[in-house]
Write a protein that binds this ligand. Structure first.
Ligand SMILES: [Zn+2]
Length: 130
């Protein structure tokens, strides 16, 4: 199990199992947030507690909304858009304790241009934390 929380602690997530990789996406939203995503299914292996505010990007057709803490602004997760069939979601591993995620391999995804995975550079979260 792995847990994370925003800076003020009002929003928390729990992953049932430790993530096998952390996705760093270069899309116009993710690169601004600097998030490292770990994926799961909301209500199954991912639990979110606390009130969030969602940002539904309108520049592209999308099935997800980014959710942040309304108190401290921390980017906590992305969740399926209301009415979505899929409950696939992702949590931001930067909300976890650094030591708990330091060894997780980083998966680079080119969400800006080719919408495909980039070659593995062998880096782990601990290498890109700062
Ligand atoms: Zn907060």
């Amino acid at each position: 199990m792995l847990q994370g929380s925003c800076h003020c602690g009002k929003v928390r997530w729990t992953l049932a199992t430790a993530p096998t990789r952390a996705t760093a996406c270069s899309c116009t939203a993710c690169r601004r947030y600097g998030a490292l995503w770990a994926y799961g299914i909301l209500g199954e292996d991912v639990q979110i507690t606390g009130e969030t505010r969602g940002y539904l990007r309108c520049d592209i057709e999308t099935h997800l909304a980014f959710h942040f803490c309304p108190e401290c602004g921390g980017m906590v997760c992305w969740l399926p858009k209301a009415g979505s069939e899929s409950q696939r979601c992702a949590v931001n591993l930067r909300m976890a304790d650094p030591d708990a995620v330091a060894a997780v391999p980083v998966h680079r995804f080119d969400g800006f241009d080719t919408w495909s995975s980039l070659p593995d550079e062998g880096r782990v979260v601990g290498d890109v934390w700062f």
